[in-house]
Design a protein around this ligand. Sequence first.
Ligand code: PHE
Length: 346
Amino acid sequence: MDLLTALDALFVEFEQALAGAASLESLEALRVDALGRKGRLARIMSRLPELAAQARPAAGQKANSVKERCTALFEERANALLAARESAALKRFDPTLPGRTPWRGSLHPTTLITEEICAVFTAMGFDIVSGPEVEHDYYNFEALNMPAAHPARDMQDTLYITGQMLLRTHTSPVQVRSMLVRRPPLSVIAPGKVYRRDSDVTHTPMFHQIEGLVVGNLINFAHLRGTLTTFVCAVFGSRTKVRFRPSFFPFTEPSAEVDISCSLCGGTGHVAGGPCRVCKATGWVEILGCGMVDPTVFAAVDYPDSVSGFAFGMGVERVAMIRYGINDLRMFFENDTRFLTQFVRG
Ligand code: PHE
């Protein structure tokens, strides 16, 4: 077959073959076979030297036009197959099938318990306030009746940034800041992060506290007791017992620590397997520190002698551990989603 006839034959056969191809894959195989680098067209054209020199340009032009027409046919056919494939997929689509529910994130237990505690206090009329985590020594210690070299500073292993600036060791500086910008009466609650140079199984260098402060005329220890008992019953259940134990904080006088009956053993100190590990068989767990604001603190913020008030501070992770029965503090910081997704808004 001479070269020009071979080119015509290639086109005719390619056209027929395309018509019979049922898939994009076989279509592509046909294209490679006919037009590919080692395909039929290339083989035919390798015979170009057989032609007389003056016949070659015409043969080259014919080859190009065959190639173009084949390519156009191929594209037309490929588009038709693609469209058919899509409409078949559309027919298979069943809009009555249930959808795939997207995975929903959940709030961290620290966030959940903070929100819950704050809600209990805002319901009692407290305002939520906040203060800086990078704090001046004055607000963290000095104004809270802990002058330089006060031994109570050792109770809180402080992370200093510069000589006077530090990462706040507790939320109590927010008490001071609130009193400096507000006049009594006031009742505020301050949730936030606090930092201490402390890291072991039961301590992390950063944890959360919630501080509370009430100042007014004739505020007394009974108000403190009533407020905190209301809080305990709201968060841990109305049958929870509350006990106030004398304690010491430089910024409160008198001071107390609050224990609640252990929610794991119900205050008995014993569980089925033996002594309760959560309360170390005592039936009680400590949840917060509190007291009547020391007059020295009121003097630092220039409040009149006539006011009195109470303050309290609690560790949020600690409250969450008791509330949710979590026995390992590290769980709060590892961000294991198997742990985190177990908590939902109560
Ligand atoms: N700031 C104290 C602490 O971190 C807790 C506390 C706050 C105690 C308010 C009494 C009053 O240990």
